[in-house]
Design a protein around this ligand. Structure first.
Ligand code: FES
Length: 264
C-alpha cells in the first residue's frame, strides 16, 4: 500500500513505470501527496488525482493513468476502469474551454437541442467531445451534450468549464461561443468568473487556495439563482419540512410536519 510518505519521497525524481515516462508529473508530486493525505485509504484519492492529471494534460493521458497508478500503488487497469466510467474524465485533449449543452428532457424541450445543433454548426460541424481549434490554445472549444446539469428551473442551460449560463437561447449561446473564440471570458450567469478548463481541473482536484487558480476569493460567487431559492424560502416561512424517511432510526425525527393539503 502506498503511504503519503512514499508519495512525498518520490517528489524529486523522474520516474518511468511500465516504460511510461512520468517526468512531466515531477512538479505534481507534492500536490499528489496532499491529495492522498485527505483520505484514510490512498486509493480513495483517485478521483481528485485524475482531475490533477487533466490539469496537467488537458485529458487523462496514458502517462496520467500510469502516474495515478504509481502514486496509489494500484494497476493502470484499475485507474482506467475508473477514468473511463465517469464522463468528466476526457480521453482526448480538451480545448481552452469545455462547453456543455444540456440536452436532457426539460432543456431539450425548451430549446437545448436547437442550441446544441447551432453551436455544433458554428464550430464547423464538430461532434460530441470534439474540439474546434488546437486544444490548449486560446479560443479552442470542446463541446459535449450533457445530461441534466441540475438547473432545470433555469432551463435551457449550458456550462463552460462547469460554470452556468442560464436561460439560454440560440442567439445568446452563439454570442457566448463567439466571445470565447475571441479569447474573451463572458461572466457566467452565477458563480465564479470564468477561467479555463485546466484551472478548473485544479480546483476540482481540491486546490481552492492555490495561486495557480487565483486563490479562494477569485473563485467565489453566488451559486444559486433567486428563482431556485424562492421555493425553499416559502417552505421556511410556512414551516414546511419534508416527511421523515420510512426507515428513520431512533435518532431520526418521526413526526412529519403538516404539509399543504393535509399530507403528513
Ligand atoms: S434538464 Fe437541463 S438542467 Fe435539468
Amino acid at each position: 500500500m502506498t503511504s503519503t510518505g512514499d508519495v512525498a519521497q518520490r517528489s524529486s525524481t523522474s520516474r518511468t513505470v511500465n516504460e511510461v515516462d512520468l517526468s512531466r508529473f515531477d512538479g505534481q508530486r507534492e500536490r499528489a501527496a496532499a491529495i492522498v493525505m485527505r483520505y484514510p485509504e490512498p486509493r480513495s484519492a483517485l478521483l481528485p488525482l485524475l482531475h490533477l492529471v487533466q490539469y496537467v494534460e488537458g485529458h487523462v493521458s496514458r502517462e496520467g493513468v500510469a502516474f495515478c497508478a504509481d502514486v496509489l500503488d494500484i494497476t493502470p487497469a484499475e485507474v482506467s476502469a475508473v477514468a473511463t466510467f465517469y464522463t468528466m474524465y476526457k480521453r482526448e485533449p480538451v480545448g481552452e474551454h469545455l462547453v456543455s449543452v444540456c440536452t436532457n428532457t426539460l432543456c431539450a424541450a425548451l430549446g437545448g437541442d436547437d442550441i446544441y445543433a447551432a453551436v455544433r454548426e458554428r464550430l464547423g460541424g464538430i461532434g460530441h467531445e470534439e474540439t474546434a481549434g488546437e486544444p490548449g490554445t486560446t479560443g479552442s472549444l470542446t463541446i459535449e451534450h450533457a445530461e441534466c446539469l441540475a438547473a432545470c428551473d433555469l432551463a435551457p442551460v449550458l456550462t463552460v468549464n462547469y460554470e452556468f449560463y442560464d436561460r439560454q437561447t440560440v442567439d445568446s449561446a452563439l454570442e457566448i461561443i463567439a466571445a470565447l473564440q475571441r479569447g474573451e471570458k463572458p461572466h457566467p450567469t452565477r458563480g465564479a468568473p470564468l477561467t479555463d478548463f485546466r484551472r478548473i481541473e485544479l480546483l476540482l482536484a481540491g486546490f481552492f487556495d492555490d495561486p495557480e487558480v487565483g486563490g479562494a476569493a477569485a473563485n467565489a460567487g453566488p451559486s444559486a439563482d433567486e428563482a431556485t431559492l424562492r421555493g425553499a424560502r416559502l417552505a421556511e416561512e410556512r414551516g414546511w419540512t419534508a416527511p421523515p424517511m420510512p426507515d428513520a432510526g431512533p435518532d431520526r425525527p418521526t413526526e412529519a410536519t403538516d404539509l399543504p393539503g393535509g399530507a403528513s
